[in-house]
Unconditional design. Structure first.
Length: 113
């Protein structure tokens, strides 16, 4: 997977994550695919934007989602434990129960140079 997260000085943020299937495809060939086959490519993309705030004492980063590719995330608040180590930003989602297991996501972003 690859992606980008942007935090602006005026308090806005944006994230995009792509994990497209291996291989390249031309525009013409893409549009020849069935809707189901095109959905496989789109299913590997994720994005949202909004405002953010940082609680430096609690080490929590909060995203106030204005709009998301996933409609149920629009107008939600996403809190992440945050840490910075050199040029790496680590975001940890809250733990959740998933099929009898406790899971979480850790996203590690490297500063662009």
């Amino acid at each position: 997977m690859t992606g980008i997260v942007i935090y602006s000085e005026n308090g806005w943020m944006s994230v995009q994550i792509a994990g497209a299937p291996a291989g390249a495809i031309s525009r013409a060939d893409f549009y020849k695919l069935s809707a189901a086959d095109r959905a496989v490519w789109f299913d590997e993309y994720y994005a949202y934007y909004g405002t953010f705030e940082v609680d430096e004492v609690a080490h929590v980063l909060t995203h106030h989602v204005v709009s998301s590719l996933l409609p149920y995330e629009t107008a939600t608040i996403l809190k992440r434990d945050v840490s910075i180590d050199g040029d790496k930003l680590s975001l940890l989602t809250p733990a959740r129960e998933d099929g009898g297991k406790t899971t979480f996501n850790r996203l590690v972003w490297k500063k662009a140079t």
